[in-house]
Design a protein around this ligand. Structure first.
Ligand SMILES: [Zn+2]
Length: 446
């Protein structure tokens, strides 16, 4: 399950290599073997039935590469094989793409026009991976189908559009966004959060130290709790886990979101509705008359929402909000840029948690890394059960408070995963840059 893009034009078959009938029938070309595993080129990853057939007939789990349709079909024709373009209609293509996005836990699907034809890529554990190449005609049909299902204007191809798409088979929901590029219209489908992704806080933040700091802050009756990180750092998932952790019979937990993406039992969630003139400010005004204990603000994104968050905290409530920013220091600067005086922020802010997601090494294939370091580290290898040696992602959290009594470094959290052999040094460096021991501090004065 580790597809790569491939320039098939440069491939020359090894002497004596024969093409198995099952491959030719399903539109796959056997390129050779890597440690006895067959390497197959196709224009798309096989669906589950095809995968089972290939695996059964070849008696090995193949590695798959994604090739250009034209080049692959030329080769398959030469061997008398089936034409590789099995996914002729847009309905079958969309079902195939959705199935793979679910199977591989993709967060986003990119449908991209290129100078010739188009391609589909999936964002899996934070990185884009190729899935499928399409002709220009197939791409246009697929985009047309997505726009119809997402109730977008099909004739509009120059202006950006946003919508929602719900598929029944497999049952998945997406936020759809389209944008014109120089090669034509592009669409990105972002997977909507699901109930089953709503993790209890001890699973969302497995490390006890930062979890303890966050739990202490949200157990307080007032203050501002900020969950920060860049896009795709999992702060929304942490926010939902924090809401669930706050949910107690004696507390009225209310949220203002834009829009509500995941419905949680026993919480009063309201969506911003600008068409009705219900912005954050209007909703908060009404919310304050609803006797709230905890107010959750989906995201602080402008001067208005920054003001509202601090105003709500000033009125003696516990406020939990997310903020898009790379570090604790940058979060403070961001609030200052949004017009908030430093003194006001420091008085009200109880904790800033800043987070990243690190990919976890697959326990079935990880190997000891050859390093001179005293601490044993592991590295990614890759097998049929994982994506390039990793199988899922986990949040690492740093915690900081303006009063200076709390400073737990994000690097300490990452280093713990590294030293436990749960992630690799290259993954830590990819996400956090180079780290050294001086950055892994934890100070806590009560
Ligand atoms: Zn593996």
């Amino acid at each position: 399950m580790e597809p790569l893009s491939l320039q098939l034009e440069h491939w020359r078959p090894a002497p004596g290599l024969t093409q198995p009938a099952v491959c030719l029938r399903l539109g796959y070309l056997l390129l050779g073997h890597l440690q006895q595993r067959p390497i197959l080129a196709g224009i798309a990853m096989p669906d589950s039935a095809q995968r089972q057939q290939l695996q059964f007939q070849l008696q090995q789990t193949p590695l798959y590469l994604i090739a250009n349709a034209q080049a692959l079909n030329d080769r398959l024709n030469a061997y008398g094989g089936q034409h590789a373009s099995q996914l002729d209609d847009a309905k079958a293509q969309l079902a195939h793409i959705a199935e793979h996005s679910q199977l591989r836990q993709a967060s986003d699907i990119h449908i991209e026009p290129l100078s010739r034809g188009g391609r589909i890529r999936l964002r899996v554990h934070g990185l884009l991976q190729p899935l499928l190449n399409l002709s220009r005609e197939q791409l246009t049909q697929l985009l047309g189908r997505i726009k119809v299902l997402a109730k977008l204007d099909v004739s509009e191809q120059r202006l950006p559009q946003d919508g929602r798409l719900t598929l029944s088979q497999p049952a998945l929901g997406f936020r759809v966004s389209t944008l014109a590029t120089v090669h034509g219209e592009k669409a990105v489908l972002r997977r909507l959060p699901e109930q089953r992704q709503l993790l209890p806080i001890n699973q969302a933040i497995p490390e006890p130290t930062p979890r303890g700091y966050l739990l202490k802050a949200i157990a307080a009756s007032q203050g501002l709790v900020l969950l920060t990180g860049p896009t795709g750092s999992g702060k929304t998932a942490t926010l939902y886990s924090a809401i669930v952790a706050c949910r107690q019979q004696h507390r009225n937990v209310c949220s203002i979101e834009d829009p509500v993406e995941l419905v949680i039992d026993d919480i009063n969630q309201s969506s911003v509705n600008r068409d009705l003139g219900l912005g954050f400010a209007e909703l908060l005004k009404s919310l304050l008359r609803q006797d709230p204990d905890v107010i959750v603000l989906g995201e602080i994104r402008d001067t208005e929402t920054a003001n509202i968050a601090l105003q709500a905290a000033e009125s003696g409530h516990l406020v939990i909000a997310t903020l898009h920013s790379p570090s604790a220091t940058a979060s403070l600067q961001r609030l200052q840029h949004l017009g908030q005086p430093t003194q006001r922020i420091e008085q009200l802010l109880s904790i800033i948690c800043h987070q990243r997601l690190l990919r976890l090494l697959c326990p079935h294939c990880k190997q000891r890394a050859n390093t001179s370091a005293t601490q044993q580290h592991y590295q990614a290898v890759g097998c049929e059960r994982c994506e390039q040696g990793y199988y899922r992602r986990q949040a690492v959290l740093g915690c900081w408070s303006p009063t200076g009594h709390l400073n737990y470094s994000l690097y300490a959290s990452a280093k713990r995963l590294l030293d436990n052999g749960d992630t690799s040094l290259s993954e830590v460096r990819r996400v956090l840059g180079n780290i050294d021991d001086s950055q892994c501090h934890d100070t806590h004065r009560s």
